[in-house]
Design a protein around this ligand. Sequence first.
Ligand SMILES: C[S@@+](CC[C@H](N)C(=O)[O-])C[C@H]1O[C@@H](n2cnc3c(N)ncnc32)[C@H](O)[C@@H]1O
Length: 251
Amino acid sequence: MSEKKQDTTHFGYQEVPVDEKVKRVADVFHSVAGKYDLMNDMMSGGIHRLWKRITIEQSGARAGMKVLDIAGGTGDLTRKFSRIVGPSGKVVLADINESMLRVGRDKLINAGAAGNIEYVQANAECLPFADNTFDILTIAFGLRNVTDKDAALRSMLRVLKPGGKVMVLEFSKTDNPLLTKAYDFYSFNILPQMGKLIANDAESYRYLAESIRMHPDQETLKEMMAGAGFVNCRYQNMTGGVVALHTGIKP
Ligand SMILES: C[S@@+](CC[C@H](N)C(=O)[O-])C[C@H]1O[C@@H](n2cnc3c(N)ncnc32)[C@H](O)[C@@H]1O
């Protein structure tokens, strides 16, 4: 009897069956959810707040707009968008992982965030929203965890309104050899140790470092976005390319 070979993909540096990647990514975020915000501040020295602020500034968000923050996790971008779009607008905080979504929802409610936020458990690859719904869609530090990135980009295009903007904030490739060396040392030696000390989880933070190295570089992601159907695709490096903000428009 012939056996169908299962499709594989990468989980960090490992080659794993597609289903296993989904489960292992879920395990990572179930494990880190409670300490996610603290670790973000510790790992980045708080710089992630600046990267997110720049994303908001470049979004063009205005009162009354509808925003989808997919892979929104603990809701940093959602919270900022919620203030800008105001009572006549709406922000959907969506994430595949119920632990991250719960931490995000509790945090935003405790912070008194506005009633214009909806919380939805959803996979970026098959978004459960009608065509042409959102003015702006953000995915911050989420795309590299998605198994089928092309499917996710097509799904994002579908739910955006014509003229709507997608913003992909993600770790990327540094172009300065010295910075790359220091960044590699930090990622593979210090980061897992911090993960162990603070979150009692070195493995998840090793995956973080590996998944960043496996993520498409700036030009490749730009081509993928154009391939999915976005126009005016461009990117801006931040912190020497440690992070890049890609944007595209739905025609
Ligand atoms: C590193 S966190 C980023 C959270 C938040 N956007 C931020 O910038 O702080 C990545 C998030 O992506 C979510 N995620 C992973 N795969 C996903 C998928 N296929 N669809 C939706 N969310 C996904 C994870 O559950 C996790 O909450």
